[in-house]
Design a protein around this ligand. Structure first.
Ligand code: SF4
Ligand code: SF4
Length: 399
């Protein structure tokens, strides 16, 4: 069995790995370490495993794959690290390596799901109709529980909800419609277009929509992630602002420059597009309604740790008269993690239930969630606990 990184593919760099001084200060912030208490489930342990591969002592298989697969890529460790270890960059590169080292059959199944369905709008829409019909007929109950807990609620009405191609006046703000957002969160898209119009923009929904590639990048499918990034760049680069109402997608699109840095034809265009990206909660717009209610706030990891976004959500809610309520769990990950809840259902279920209980403990009727993966995970776990707390994007709450 060969050891070391596979040549010709991105890999964790020597400098990034050596920036970890093994102090362990990140450990209490890591959700997987908190659940298992094992060093191998911690950021320090995972970095040590990467160093072992780097030194040629370990293959990119077996235990190494298990340790990296179990990581949520939530980057809570990165926020906590006093040595500024770029853990997000490390795990992303390690995932490209583990993906390439999987048995061909396993790789084909993962690629079919991530690139073949999520990366193609027609296939995503087809999947959406399938989910909407099976949920309307309640035959989705035949799915294994772990898969059902990771599945969005899709309605026939939601699938048919039209999005205005262009509305308002002012600088052009183009909305990323995305993949899962496009089938399960159209009310969020509508609320975002309303906020853009109130904020003095022309809200434009591009023809054909499409995925930003975040899920592919998260799973180590770098070829698909780059192809999707090029599609979105070509489609959206003419806009003055690119607005994204999914925390995972805005975080990912901000890395387009890095993703295509070695592509001479695309790197400058990628950097220009990344600079235009605004998360929807960063748009300065007056609220569409006043809502005098307490609203629990779940901070998505891709907001809190990847983009430093958090106060913006609370400011948006306060401007509408609402009272934001923190969950008191230190912003711990909900366990969704892209498609983590499909691939690692056990850990995801533990974290999802913890998050749902923290929300219920606030005694609020609604929770603001600005990321589709988190919204699906949290809604399903709230329901499993018999709670009817409503899960909404903050812009929907104030629309
Ligand atoms: S990642 Fe940072 S906080 Fe964690 S052990 Fe390494 S240096 Fe310490
Ligand atoms: S990214 Fe999240 S799960 Fe992974 S090591 Fe860091 S804190 Fe732990």
């Amino acid at each position: 069995m060969s050891t070391g990184w596979k040549p010709g593919l991105p890999a964790p760099t020597h400098d990034d790995l050596n920036s970890c001084v093994q102090c362990g200060l990140c450990l209490p912030h890591c959700p997987t370490f908190r659940v298992t208490g094992l060093e191998t489930s911690s950021p320090r342990g995972r970095i040590a495993a990467m160093r072992s591969v780097q030194a040629g002592e370990t293959p990119v298989q077996g235990d190494f794959t298990r340790f990296t697969d179990e990581c949520l890529a939530c980057r809570a460790c990165e926020s906590a690290c006093p040595s500024s270890v770029p853990y997000g960059r490390l795990i992303e590169a390690a995932r490209i390596q583990t993906e390439a080292a999987r048995p061909a059959g396993q790789r084909a199944v993962r690629r079919a799901g991530i690139s073949g369905v999520i990366g193609h709008r027609r296939m995503t829409r087809l999947m959406g109709w399938g989910l909407a019909i099976s949920q309307a007929l309640r035959i989705d109950r035949l799915m294994p529980r772990s898969l059902r807990m990771a599945t969005p609620r899709v309605t026939l009405r939601g699938m048919r909800t039209p999005l205005p191609r262009s509305s308002g006046e002012g600088p052009v703000a183009m909305l990323l419609t995305g993949c899962v957002m496009d089938i399960a969160f159209r009310p969020t898209h509508l609320a975002t277009t309303h906020a853009l119009v109130r904020g003095g923009y022309t809200a434009v929904v591009p023809d054909g929509g499409g995925c930003c590639g975040a899920l592919a990048a998260h799973a180590g499918e770098v070829g698909s992630a780059r192809a999707l990034a090029r599609q979105r760049i070509a489609q959206m680069e003419g806009a003055e602002v690119i607005v994204v109402d999914s925390a995972g997608c805005s975080a990912h699109m901000r890395t387009y420059g890095h993703l295509l840095a070695d592509d001479p034809e695309w790197s400058a265009r990628a950097q220009a597009v990344a600079a235009k990206v605004r998360d929807a909660v960063e748009i300065d717009a007056p609220p569409g309604r006043q809502c005098d209610e307490r609203v629990a706030v779940h901070d998505a990891c891709h907001h809190l740790h990847a983009q430093g976004i958090g106060p913006e959500i609370r400011r948006t809610l306060r401007a509408a008269g609402a009272t934001p309520v923190d969950l008191g769990d230190g912003g711990r990950c909900c366990g969704a993690g892209g498609i983590y809840n499909v691939l690692e259902p056990g850990m995801a279920a533990t974290l999802g239930e913890q998050k749902a209980r923290a929300i219920i403990a606030t005694g609020t009727d609604v929770v603001a969630v600005a990321n589709p993966g988190c919204a699906i995970q949290i809604r399903n776990h709230l329901q499993a606990l018999g709670s009817d707390v409503d899960v909404r994007h903050p812009l929907e709450i104030v629309d």
